[in-house]
Design a binder for this molecule. Sequence first.
Ligand SMILES: *[C@@H]1O[C@H](CO)[C@@H](O)[C@H](O)[C@H]1NC(C)=O
Ligand SMILES: *[C@@H]1O[C@H](CO)[C@@H](O)[C@H](O)[C@H]1NC(C)=O
Ligand SMILES: *[C@@H]1O[C@H](CO)[C@@H](O)[C@H](O)[C@H]1NC(C)=O
Ligand SMILES: *[C@@H]1O[C@H](CO)[C@@H](O)[C@H](O)[C@H]1NC(C)=O
Ligand SMILES: *[C@@H]1O[C@H](CO)[C@@H](O)[C@H](O)[C@H]1NC(C)=O
Ligand SMILES: *[C@@H]1O[C@H](CO)[C@@H](O)[C@H](O)[C@H]1NC(C)=O
Length: 472
Amino acid sequence: MLVRKTKSNKILSVIIFWCAFIPHSYSEKLNGTDVSEETDAMSPFESIMASYKLVRYQPRHVHLSYGSNPTEMVVTWSTIDDPGSTSVEFGIEKIAENRVNGTATLFEDHGELKLKQYIHRVILRELQPGQNYVYHCGGDMGWSAEFYFRTMQNGTNWSPKFAVYGDMGNENAQSLPRLQREVEMGSYDAILHVGDFAYDMNSDNGLIGDGFMEQIEPIAAYVPYMTCPGNHEQKNNFSHYKNRFSMPGPYKSMMYSWNMGPIHFISISTEFYYFLKYGINQVIEQYEWLKADLLEASKPVNREERPWIIVYGHRPMYCSNMGTDDCTNFDAFTRVGIPFLHINGLEDLFMENGVDLAIWAHQHSYERMFPLYNYQVYKGSETEPYKNPKALVHITTGSAGCKEDHAEFKKEKPAWTAFRSSDYGYSRLQAMNKTHLYWEQVSDDQEGIVVDSFYLIRENHSSYQIPDGSNV
Ligand SMILES: *[C@@H]1O[C@H](CO)[C@@H](O)[C@H](O)[C@H]1NC(C)=O
Ligand SMILES: *[C@@H]1O[C@H](CO)[C@@H](O)[C@H](O)[C@H]1NC(C)=O
Ligand SMILES: *[C@@H]1O[C@H](CO)[C@@H](O)[C@H](O)[C@H]1NC(C)=O
Ligand SMILES: *[C@@H]1O[C@H](CO)[C@@H](O)[C@H](O)[C@H]1NC(C)=O
Ligand SMILES: *[C@@H]1O[C@H](CO)[C@@H](O)[C@H](O)[C@H]1NC(C)=O
Ligand SMILES: *[C@@H]1O[C@H](CO)[C@@H](O)[C@H](O)[C@H]1NC(C)=O
């Protein structure tokens, strides 16, 4: 009873505060007078909302991501008003009074209306591996619907499954319904969304981002939704991306690495190379971080235990699409380094550390390359090109669906590309074991049939030999 009373007192005082404050500027507007200083305190949208005395404490945009180790899960959501508390309650069979608190951050969009929302984050720790949990999030002013997740299995002797795609918009998110169904049927352990969300999250005062986060909730509230930034996130130094997602590590979701079963994943920002206006130092910082991360992951003792190293980032180094994107250029920035200086190119670093697979998006199509270095093909053998290849494999999967339509390919197919499809769709990845990695491409245009598949086989995950006459 006491709690209730305090709570309603709190609400009452909030309302009194708003009533005392709002009608003044609002009536000024109605009288049609010049709206001066007072209205600066409140945007037109806010004053309209305030005049309805609508409170919006209800959690929305609920999504998961992995924490810094397998026993953690991070829950992130948004509320429009500040509910004053940020909590997750969870349990194994049913939600228990197992309440964990987190943090709330005010996020203000840079658009004309300066819309505000609160981003809530809670880290669940010391979870049991391979265990199903149910949860809800919110707090004293309201709880979400009930969702569930399965924690990561311990160790490296299991075969995690992923859906992988980039470039999915709010409008024309063609692959989304199929992905929502498959996730809810339990087909995946996690999702990799390789940049470009919503088109764009900051559009229409951020309401496009809100709509998109609502669309992915039926996926992301059940399995970790792991991301990297794309060019469509660049506005205001990637503020929507940084605020809305919660990837592990200290770099605001821009770069991080994580382990799952036999895979070490590394997520990078290719966009640092293209938006130098936000600081060239970010290219250098990422390069040094990446070098150290790869060095650690490829230490024999670590590689033995967790042999697969998979890198994902938004813009490809190679593509055979029409147009003038950087991947159509011989000296793509991420491949050979930033223009003129040619420093911090990534291809040599990947070769030296025996990176197995590089996943990209950006082109609204699907393209599987042969094992490749400096535009030369290094097949394992003529009959089994992907068995013990002598260079890494690049795949571009950016065709989930958005308002910008399909990307077409150049008529002539280069010798280094193995398979191309302009259909909308997405990829599936499964690390079968320490030597076999399975990949397939789903066409949504063709009712979900698999249009491409292959095994990448590496019996020895050591570094590749960089041929003479290379990049530098
Ligand atoms: C707006 O109109 C109301 C009602 O006529 C009046 O009481 C109020 O003073 C007016 N406000 C301004 C700023 O003119
Ligand atoms: C969590 O937050 C609620 C609401 O603010 C508070 O009552 C509770 O004591 C907090 N729990 C912990 C463990 O801090
Ligand atoms: C996971 O496995 C490792 C090594 O087998 C073990 O040391 C660790 O305690 C396990 N963790 C949990 C949470 O079971
Ligand atoms: C952009 O954000 C990063 C942090 O993520 C910061 O280091 C950098 O200085 C920012 N750039 C500008 C121009 O504000
Ligand atoms: C690894 O997986 C592949 C494909 O499923 C299978 O053919 C192979 O026998 C497996 N290797 C081991 C050591 O289990
Ligand atoms: C893997 O390849 C490296 C370099 O070619 C070699 O030194 C090492 O002995 C190989 N390991 C195995 C288990 O074949």
